[in-house]
Write a protein that binds this ligand. Structure first.
Ligand code: APR
Length: 309
């Protein structure tokens, strides 16, 4: 039996993700958007199907504005949301997207009660909280896509600085998906060798800052909208790890209950992803400075989540 994936939100991130999932032949894909978008999801799905003879995939992609076709999905990725508009405060955006994620989650629970949820909508950590609370799923089945993306950005910046293959570079970014995220140079390597052996501190600090500003750098260049190629690639990596039961360690937003001394909030930590979703939260031995930065990031996430109505 083929696996089934649903992507909610057929915008930039959602449609690119549907493309990646189909090209990776992970299973069949259902792309869902709101009724006001009418034929848009169906049009994107058909367009993608028409590229299947060229790419050689047999995944079926269906675009729809109803949840019925999403029934019994194994994995559901939520990318639905609205971007921040001029005059809108962070809290306004928070509560609008929280309403959207809440509605979407209710529908998903109705049709795919055994699915694993991956949240992409921003503000990420707070949206994970909404999805967990609304779905009442066990915490291992609600996972936020943040660390995979932030780490990929850091990996690229390191690879670019050293002119080495991006595949050689591993990096670890923990904490909330925002200004307080915590890039971890001590757990970042080039072909297994600590990155500090290759890059002097000052240059590494600049890479860390660029990683923190990674999303904003793209927004500034695009002017209309935010990043979607790397976000969709990161979500696809997580879906693949789950559907192929890879037991792959990827930094993800996970609901912490005492791990790293953090309680009752979604924060980015390294987790092992497999068929059950989060199979294990990996506990790293952090130094004083890293611990303080992670605590600070968790507090920022808590503050934001407390503005949820
Ligand atoms: N149900 C389903 N889809 C919805 C809903 C809803 N209730 N509300 C909005 N959408 C859809 C929109 O119609 C749109 O097609 O979500 C889609 C969002 O697409 P874009 O505006 O292109 O945004 P995108 O760049 O894909 O980002 C989506 O991911 O990275 C995050 O910050 C980003 O929160 C944002 C999300």
């Amino acid at each position: 039996m083929r696996k089934k994936m649903t992507v909610v939100g057929a915008g930039n991130v959602g449609a690119s993700l549907a493309q990646r999932l189909a090209e990776m032949e992970l299973g069949d894909v259902v792309l869902v958007d709101i009724p006001q978008t009418e034929g848009m999801p169906a049009g994107k799905a058909l367009d993608l199907m028409e590229s299947s003879p060229i790419y050689g995939y047999d995944s079926k992609i269906v675009g729809t504005t109803s949840y019925e076709p999403s029934k019994n999905s194994d994995v559901v990725v939520i990318t639905a949301g609205v971007p921040r508009k001029p005059g809108m405060s962070r809290d306004d955006l928070l509560n609008i997207n929280a309403g959207i994620v809440q509605n979407v989650t209710q529908e998903i629970v109705k049709y795919s009660p055994n699915s694993i949820l991956i949240i992409v909508s921003n503000p990420l950590d707070a949206m994970c909280q909404v999805a967990l609370k609304t779905s009442k799923f066990p915490k291992n089945r609600v996972i936020g896509m943040a660390g995979a993306l932030d780490s990929a950005r850091m990996r690229f910046f390191i690879a670019e600085a050293l002119n080495v293959s991006a595949e050689n570079v591993h990096a670890m970014v923990l904490g909330g998906h925002g200004d307080t995220m915590v890039p971890m140079p001590r757990f970042s390597t080039v072909a297994g060798i600590p990155v500090s052996e290759f890059i002097p501190k000052e240059k590494l600090d600049a890479i860390i800052q660029r990683t923190r500003d990674g999303g904003a750098e793209i927004v500034k260049l695009l002017k209309t909208g935010s990043a979607y190629y790397a976000p969709s690639a990161s979500a696809a990596e997580m879906v693949e790890a789950i559907l192929k039961d890879k037991h792959k360690i990827i930094p993800c937003a996970a609901y912490l209950q005492g791990e790293y001394g953090i309680e009752g909030v979604f924060v980015g930590v390294p987790v092992k992803l497999g068929s059950g979703g989060i199979e294990e939260i990996i506990s790293l031995e952090l130094n004083h400075e890293e611990k303080a930065a992670l605590q600070k990031s968790a507090s920022a996430v808590k503050d934001l989540a407390s503005a949820l109505k």
